[in-house]
Design a protein around this ligand. Structure first.
Ligand SMILES: Cc1cc2nc3c(=O)[nH]c(=O)nc-3n(C[C@H](O)[C@H](O)[C@H](O)COP(=O)(O)OP(=O)(O)OC[C@H]3O[C@@H](n4cnc5c(N)ncnc54)[C@H](O)[C@@H]3O)c2cc1C
Length: 321
Protein backbone atom coordinates (compact mmCIF):
# COMPACT_ATOMS: atom_id res chain seq x y z
CA UNK A 1 0.00 0.00 0.00
CA UNK A 2 1.43 3.38 -1.01
CA UNK A 3 0.51 6.97 -0.47
CA UNK A 4 -0.85 9.80 -2.58
CA UNK A 5 0.11 13.31 -1.56
CA UNK A 6 -2.02 16.33 -2.39
CA UNK A 7 -0.37 19.71 -1.84
CA UNK A 8 -3.03 21.97 -0.31
CA UNK A 9 -3.35 25.37 -1.93
CA UNK A 10 -4.67 28.35 -0.01
CA UNK A 11 -4.81 32.09 -0.39
CA UNK A 12 -5.90 34.89 1.92
CA UNK A 13 -7.14 32.50 4.58
CA UNK A 14 -9.12 30.19 2.28
CA UNK A 15 -8.46 26.78 0.81
CA UNK A 16 -8.58 27.09 -2.94
CA UNK A 17 -11.02 25.00 -4.98
CA UNK A 18 -8.18 23.22 -6.85
CA UNK A 19 -7.31 21.51 -3.54
CA UNK A 20 -10.73 19.84 -3.32
CA UNK A 21 -10.59 18.93 -7.01
CA UNK A 22 -7.27 17.14 -6.44
CA UNK A 23 -8.42 15.49 -3.19
CA UNK A 24 -11.52 14.21 -4.97
CA UNK A 25 -9.51 12.67 -7.82
CA UNK A 26 -6.81 11.36 -5.47
CA UNK A 27 -9.47 9.65 -3.33
CA UNK A 28 -10.76 7.83 -6.40
CA UNK A 29 -7.21 6.72 -7.31
CA UNK A 30 -6.60 5.61 -3.71
CA UNK A 31 -9.75 3.49 -3.84
CA UNK A 32 -8.62 1.81 -7.06
CA UNK A 33 -4.99 1.28 -6.01
CA UNK A 34 -5.51 0.76 -2.24
CA UNK A 35 -3.29 3.71 -1.39
CA UNK A 36 -3.68 6.17 1.48
CA UNK A 37 -4.52 9.79 0.81
CA UNK A 38 -2.42 12.42 2.58
CA UNK A 39 -3.11 16.15 2.34
CA UNK A 40 0.03 18.23 2.84
CA UNK A 41 -0.66 21.60 4.40
CA UNK A 42 1.95 24.33 4.61
CA UNK A 43 0.18 27.23 6.21
CA UNK A 44 0.17 29.92 8.86
CA UNK A 45 -0.33 29.26 12.56
CA UNK A 46 -3.91 28.37 13.46
CA UNK A 47 -5.04 28.81 9.86
CA UNK A 48 -8.02 26.63 10.76
CA UNK A 49 -7.75 24.44 7.65
CA UNK A 50 -6.80 21.09 9.14
CA UNK A 51 -10.23 19.95 10.32
CA UNK A 52 -11.74 20.70 6.92
CA UNK A 53 -8.98 18.82 5.16
CA UNK A 54 -9.20 15.82 7.50
CA UNK A 55 -12.73 15.20 6.19
CA UNK A 56 -11.27 14.59 2.73
CA UNK A 57 -8.09 12.64 3.46
CA UNK A 58 -6.86 9.64 5.47
CA UNK A 59 -4.21 11.89 6.95
CA UNK A 60 -3.25 15.54 7.03
CA UNK A 61 0.39 16.42 7.52
CA UNK A 62 0.37 20.04 8.62
CA UNK A 63 3.26 22.43 8.99
CA UNK A 64 1.83 25.51 10.66
CA UNK A 65 4.21 28.42 10.94
CA UNK A 66 3.68 32.09 10.24
CA UNK A 67 6.53 31.99 7.69
CA UNK A 68 4.27 29.67 5.64
CA UNK A 69 1.13 31.79 5.79
CA UNK A 70 1.76 33.18 2.32
CA UNK A 71 3.13 31.02 -0.46
CA UNK A 72 6.90 31.22 -0.66
CA UNK A 73 8.29 28.93 -3.35
CA UNK A 74 11.78 28.76 -1.82
CA UNK A 75 10.55 27.68 1.59
CA UNK A 76 7.77 25.43 0.32
CA UNK A 77 10.14 23.61 -2.07
CA UNK A 78 12.60 22.83 0.69
CA UNK A 79 9.94 21.41 3.00
CA UNK A 80 8.16 19.44 0.29
CA UNK A 81 11.36 18.11 -1.16
CA UNK A 82 12.39 16.63 2.22
CA UNK A 83 8.90 15.29 2.87
CA UNK A 84 8.65 13.58 -0.51
CA UNK A 85 12.08 11.98 -0.15
CA UNK A 86 11.22 10.84 3.38
CA UNK A 87 7.83 9.29 2.50
CA UNK A 88 8.32 8.38 -1.19
CA UNK A 89 4.63 8.81 -2.07
CA UNK A 90 3.50 6.96 -5.18
CA UNK A 91 2.02 10.20 -6.48
CA UNK A 92 2.21 13.86 -5.51
CA UNK A 93 -0.49 16.13 -6.94
CA UNK A 94 -0.17 19.91 -7.21
CA UNK A 95 -2.42 22.39 -8.98
CA UNK A 96 -1.38 23.59 -12.41
CA UNK A 97 -1.48 27.06 -10.90
CA UNK A 98 1.13 29.67 -10.08
CA UNK A 99 2.02 27.45 -7.07
CA UNK A 100 2.36 24.18 -8.96
CA UNK A 101 4.11 25.75 -11.94
CA UNK A 102 6.75 27.07 -9.56
CA UNK A 103 7.03 24.05 -7.26
CA UNK A 104 6.67 21.02 -9.49
CA UNK A 105 9.63 21.37 -11.91
CA UNK A 106 12.03 22.13 -9.04
CA UNK A 107 10.69 19.21 -6.98
CA UNK A 108 11.09 16.92 -9.98
CA UNK A 109 14.75 17.92 -10.31
CA UNK A 110 15.41 17.65 -6.56
CA UNK A 111 13.67 14.28 -6.06
CA UNK A 112 14.43 12.78 -9.46
CA UNK A 113 10.71 11.87 -9.80
CA UNK A 114 9.21 12.32 -13.29
CA UNK A 115 6.66 15.11 -13.75
CA UNK A 116 3.66 15.57 -16.06
CA UNK A 117 2.10 19.03 -16.10
CA UNK A 118 -1.36 20.46 -16.79
CA UNK A 119 -3.11 17.08 -16.71
CA UNK A 120 -6.86 16.82 -17.24
CA UNK A 121 -7.21 13.20 -16.18
CA UNK A 122 -5.21 10.64 -14.23
CA UNK A 123 -5.54 6.88 -14.44
CA UNK A 124 -3.27 3.98 -13.57
CA UNK A 125 -1.89 1.29 -15.87
CA UNK A 126 0.41 -1.57 -14.84
CA UNK A 127 1.02 0.00 -11.45
CA UNK A 128 2.08 3.37 -12.87
CA UNK A 129 0.10 6.55 -13.35
CA UNK A 130 -1.00 7.47 -16.81
CA UNK A 131 -2.25 10.96 -17.57
CA UNK A 132 -4.17 12.84 -20.22
CA UNK A 133 -3.09 16.27 -21.42
CA UNK A 134 -4.59 18.54 -24.04
CA UNK A 135 -2.38 19.38 -26.99
CA UNK A 136 -2.73 21.63 -30.07
CA UNK A 137 -4.87 24.12 -28.11
CA UNK A 138 -7.21 21.41 -26.93
CA UNK A 139 -7.79 19.86 -30.34
CA UNK A 140 -6.26 16.54 -29.28
CA UNK A 141 -5.70 14.65 -26.05
CA UNK A 142 -2.35 13.02 -25.49
CA UNK A 143 -2.02 9.97 -23.26
CA UNK A 144 1.23 10.17 -21.33
CA UNK A 145 2.94 7.33 -19.47
CA UNK A 146 5.90 7.62 -17.11
CA UNK A 147 9.24 5.88 -16.90
CA UNK A 148 9.58 3.54 -13.91
CA UNK A 149 10.18 5.53 -10.74
CA UNK A 150 9.63 5.20 -6.98
CA UNK A 151 7.30 8.23 -7.17
CA UNK A 152 5.61 10.51 -9.67
CA UNK A 153 4.65 14.20 -9.75
CA UNK A 154 1.61 15.62 -11.53
CA UNK A 155 0.16 19.10 -11.85
CA UNK A 156 -3.60 19.14 -12.36
CA UNK A 157 -5.49 21.65 -14.49
CA UNK A 158 -8.01 23.64 -12.41
CA UNK A 159 -11.57 22.69 -13.31
CA UNK A 160 -10.62 19.21 -14.62
CA UNK A 161 -12.42 17.39 -11.78
CA UNK A 162 -15.73 18.20 -10.16
CA UNK A 163 -15.71 17.49 -6.43
CA UNK A 164 -18.95 17.17 -4.44
CA UNK A 165 -19.90 20.02 -2.09
CA UNK A 166 -18.93 17.99 0.95
CA UNK A 167 -17.80 14.54 2.05
CA UNK A 168 -19.05 12.10 4.66
CA UNK A 169 -17.10 9.62 6.72
CA UNK A 170 -14.60 9.45 9.53
CA UNK A 171 -12.13 12.33 9.45
CA UNK A 172 -8.51 11.38 8.84
CA UNK A 173 -5.60 11.60 11.25
CA UNK A 174 -3.96 14.99 11.78
CA UNK A 175 -0.19 15.07 12.13
CA UNK A 176 1.23 18.44 13.15
CA UNK A 177 4.89 18.83 12.24
CA UNK A 178 7.57 21.33 13.17
CA UNK A 179 9.47 23.01 10.38
CA UNK A 180 12.62 21.02 9.64
CA UNK A 181 15.79 22.51 11.07
CA UNK A 182 18.48 24.03 8.89
CA UNK A 183 16.14 25.58 6.30
CA UNK A 184 17.97 28.08 4.12
CA UNK A 185 16.80 31.69 4.24
CA UNK A 186 14.36 32.17 1.31
CA UNK A 187 15.57 34.47 -1.46
CA UNK A 188 12.03 35.53 -2.24
CA UNK A 189 9.96 37.76 -0.01
CA UNK A 190 6.23 38.46 -0.16
CA UNK A 191 5.48 42.15 -0.57
CA UNK A 192 1.79 42.55 -1.38
CA UNK A 193 -1.15 41.10 -3.29
CA UNK A 194 -1.83 43.14 -6.42
CA UNK A 195 -5.23 42.72 -8.07
CA UNK A 196 -4.55 41.84 -11.70
CA UNK A 197 -8.14 42.44 -12.70
CA UNK A 198 -9.23 38.92 -11.81
CA UNK A 199 -12.64 40.50 -11.43
CA UNK A 200 -15.44 40.06 -8.98
CA UNK A 201 -16.75 36.89 -10.61
CA UNK A 202 -15.15 33.50 -11.04
CA UNK A 203 -16.61 31.70 -14.03
CA UNK A 204 -14.77 28.48 -13.07
CA UNK A 205 -16.94 28.16 -9.97
CA UNK A 206 -20.29 29.13 -11.54
CA UNK A 207 -23.03 26.49 -11.63
CA UNK A 208 -24.98 28.27 -14.34
CA UNK A 209 -23.28 30.15 -17.15
CA UNK A 210 -24.91 32.29 -19.82
CA UNK A 211 -22.23 32.74 -22.44
CA UNK A 212 -22.17 35.12 -25.37
CA UNK A 213 -20.27 34.98 -28.63
CA UNK A 214 -19.66 37.24 -31.58
CA UNK A 215 -23.24 36.50 -32.65
CA UNK A 216 -24.39 39.12 -30.13
CA UNK A 217 -23.37 41.60 -32.84
CA UNK A 218 -22.79 44.87 -30.93
CA UNK A 219 -21.55 45.79 -27.49
CA UNK A 220 -24.90 47.49 -26.71
CA UNK A 221 -26.68 44.16 -27.22
CA UNK A 222 -24.86 42.54 -24.31
CA UNK A 223 -27.18 44.30 -21.85
CA UNK A 224 -30.12 42.19 -23.04
CA UNK A 225 -28.26 38.95 -22.35
CA UNK A 226 -26.84 40.23 -19.08
CA UNK A 227 -30.40 40.97 -18.00
CA UNK A 228 -31.35 37.38 -18.77
CA UNK A 229 -28.33 36.08 -16.84
CA UNK A 230 -29.33 38.19 -13.82
CA UNK A 231 -32.92 36.95 -13.99
CA UNK A 232 -31.71 33.35 -14.08
CA UNK A 233 -29.12 33.88 -11.34
CA UNK A 234 -26.45 32.94 -13.87
CA UNK A 235 -22.91 34.22 -14.39
CA UNK A 236 -22.03 35.86 -17.68
CA UNK A 237 -19.18 34.37 -19.70
CA UNK A 238 -18.11 34.74 -23.33
CA UNK A 239 -16.02 33.60 -26.25
CA UNK A 240 -12.71 35.20 -27.17
CA UNK A 241 -13.89 37.70 -29.83
CA UNK A 242 -16.08 39.37 -27.19
CA UNK A 243 -12.96 39.96 -25.09
CA UNK A 244 -10.81 40.92 -28.11
CA UNK A 245 -13.37 43.63 -28.92
CA UNK A 246 -13.16 44.85 -25.30
CA UNK A 247 -16.86 44.23 -24.76
CA UNK A 248 -16.17 42.16 -21.62
CA UNK A 249 -13.06 41.78 -19.46
CA UNK A 250 -10.76 38.80 -20.00
CA UNK A 251 -11.89 37.00 -16.83
CA UNK A 252 -15.20 36.22 -18.57
CA UNK A 253 -13.51 34.25 -21.38
CA UNK A 254 -14.07 30.51 -21.75
CA UNK A 255 -11.63 28.39 -23.75
CA UNK A 256 -8.05 27.36 -24.22
CA UNK A 257 -6.68 30.87 -23.81
CA UNK A 258 -9.39 31.69 -21.28
CA UNK A 259 -10.71 29.45 -18.53
CA UNK A 260 -12.03 25.90 -18.33
CA UNK A 261 -15.49 25.89 -16.77
CA UNK A 262 -17.65 23.18 -15.24
CA UNK A 263 -21.15 24.59 -14.73
CA UNK A 264 -24.15 22.31 -14.34
CA UNK A 265 -25.71 24.16 -17.29
CA UNK A 266 -23.94 26.15 -20.02
CA UNK A 267 -26.05 28.29 -22.34
CA UNK A 268 -24.16 29.41 -25.45
CA UNK A 269 -25.71 32.37 -27.26
CA UNK A 270 -24.27 33.09 -30.73
CA UNK A 271 -21.13 30.99 -30.26
CA UNK A 272 -20.05 28.97 -33.30
CA UNK A 273 -18.26 26.20 -31.34
CA UNK A 274 -14.62 26.57 -32.41
CA UNK A 275 -12.49 23.88 -30.76
CA UNK A 276 -10.60 26.49 -28.72
CA UNK A 277 -13.92 27.44 -27.12
CA UNK A 278 -15.36 23.96 -26.80
CA UNK A 279 -12.18 22.70 -25.07
CA UNK A 280 -13.11 24.99 -22.19
CA UNK A 281 -16.57 23.46 -21.64
CA UNK A 282 -15.74 19.74 -21.59
CA UNK A 283 -16.53 19.74 -17.84
CA UNK A 284 -19.98 21.31 -18.32
CA UNK A 285 -23.03 19.24 -17.38
CA UNK A 286 -25.71 20.22 -19.90
CA UNK A 287 -24.81 22.39 -22.87
CA UNK A 288 -27.60 24.34 -24.55
CA UNK A 289 -26.68 26.16 -27.75
CA UNK A 290 -28.61 28.95 -29.45
CA UNK A 291 -27.39 29.74 -32.94
CA UNK A 292 -29.23 30.86 -36.05
CA UNK A 293 -26.99 28.65 -38.21
CA UNK A 294 -28.20 25.07 -37.78
CA UNK A 295 -24.89 23.81 -39.17
CA UNK A 296 -22.84 25.60 -36.49
CA UNK A 297 -20.33 23.17 -34.91
CA UNK A 298 -21.56 24.03 -31.41
CA UNK A 299 -24.59 21.81 -32.07
CA UNK A 300 -22.24 18.81 -32.27
CA UNK A 301 -21.34 19.20 -28.61
CA UNK A 302 -24.65 20.60 -27.34
CA UNK A 303 -27.14 18.44 -25.44
CA UNK A 304 -29.95 20.74 -26.61
CA UNK A 305 -29.93 23.14 -29.53
CA UNK A 306 -32.15 25.98 -30.67
CA UNK A 307 -31.61 27.08 -34.26
CA UNK A 308 -32.98 30.58 -34.02
CA UNK A 309 -32.16 34.22 -33.40
CA UNK A 310 -30.52 34.55 -30.00
CA UNK A 311 -32.40 37.73 -29.04
CA UNK A 312 -35.73 36.06 -29.77
CA UNK A 313 -34.79 33.14 -27.53
CA UNK A 314 -33.44 35.47 -24.82
CA UNK A 315 -36.72 37.43 -24.82
CA UNK A 316 -38.75 34.23 -24.56
CA UNK A 317 -36.61 33.03 -21.64
CA UNK A 318 -36.89 36.40 -19.92
CA UNK A 319 -40.67 36.26 -20.19
CA UNK A 320 -40.57 32.76 -18.69
CA UNK A 321 -38.37 33.76 -15.75
C1 LIG B 1 -4.46 30.31 -30.17
C2 LIG B 1 -5.93 30.56 -30.14
C3 LIG B 1 -6.58 30.54 -28.92
C4 LIG B 1 -7.94 30.79 -28.86
N1 LIG B 1 -8.56 30.76 -27.66
C5 LIG B 1 -9.90 30.92 -27.60
C6 LIG B 1 -10.59 30.82 -26.35
O1 LIG B 1 -10.00 30.64 -25.30
N2 LIG B 1 -11.93 30.99 -26.36
C7 LIG B 1 -12.64 31.23 -27.51
O2 LIG B 1 -13.87 31.36 -27.42
N3 LIG B 1 -12.01 31.33 -28.68
C8 LIG B 1 -10.66 31.20 -28.77
N4 LIG B 1 -10.02 31.31 -29.95
C9 LIG B 1 -10.81 31.80 -31.12
C10 LIG B 1 -11.60 30.69 -31.78
O3 LIG B 1 -10.81 30.07 -32.76
C11 LIG B 1 -12.84 31.27 -32.47
O4 LIG B 1 -12.45 32.25 -33.37
C12 LIG B 1 -13.84 31.87 -31.49
O5 LIG B 1 -14.14 30.94 -30.48
C13 LIG B 1 -15.11 32.25 -32.22
O6 LIG B 1 -15.94 32.93 -31.33
P1 LIG B 1 -17.50 33.00 -31.59
O7 LIG B 1 -18.07 31.63 -31.65
O8 LIG B 1 -18.06 33.94 -30.58
O9 LIG B 1 -17.60 33.76 -33.00
P2 LIG B 1 -17.96 33.22 -34.42
O10 LIG B 1 -17.15 32.05 -34.79
O11 LIG B 1 -17.91 34.39 -35.31
O12 LIG B 1 -19.45 32.71 -34.27
C14 LIG B 1 -20.55 33.55 -34.08
C15 LIG B 1 -21.77 32.66 -34.19
O13 LIG B 1 -22.91 33.44 -33.89
C16 LIG B 1 -23.97 33.02 -34.74
N5 LIG B 1 -24.92 34.14 -34.82
C17 LIG B 1 -24.73 35.36 -35.39
N6 LIG B 1 -25.79 36.15 -35.18
C18 LIG B 1 -26.70 35.42 -34.47
C19 LIG B 1 -27.98 35.67 -33.94
N7 LIG B 1 -28.57 36.85 -34.10
N8 LIG B 1 -28.60 34.66 -33.28
C20 LIG B 1 -28.04 33.46 -33.13
N9 LIG B 1 -26.80 33.17 -33.59
C21 LIG B 1 -26.14 34.12 -34.23
C22 LIG B 1 -23.31 32.68 -36.06
O14 LIG B 1 -24.10 31.77 -36.78
C23 LIG B 1 -21.99 32.09 -35.59
O15 LIG B 1 -22.07 30.68 -35.49
C24 LIG B 1 -8.67 31.08 -30.05
C25 LIG B 1 -7.99 31.08 -31.26
C26 LIG B 1 -6.65 30.84 -31.31
C27 LIG B 1 -5.96 30.86 -32.64
Amino acid sequence: MGEIFVVVEHRKGEIREITFEMLFKAKELCRICSHNLTAILLGGKDAGFVDDLAKWADRVIAFEDNRLEIFNADLYKEILDRLILEHTPFLTLMGHTSWGMDLAPALSIRTGFPLATDCVDIQTEDGRPMVFRQIYSGKLFSKVSFKESPGYLITVRPGAFLPPDGVEGTPGEIVMQELPSGLTEPKKEFIEFVDTGAGDIDITQAELLVSIGRGVGEEENIAAIRELADLMGATLSCSRPVVDKNWLPKYHQVGTSGKSVKPKVYLAFGISGAFQHVAGITGAGTVIAINKDRKAPIFRVADYGIADDLFKVADALKAEF
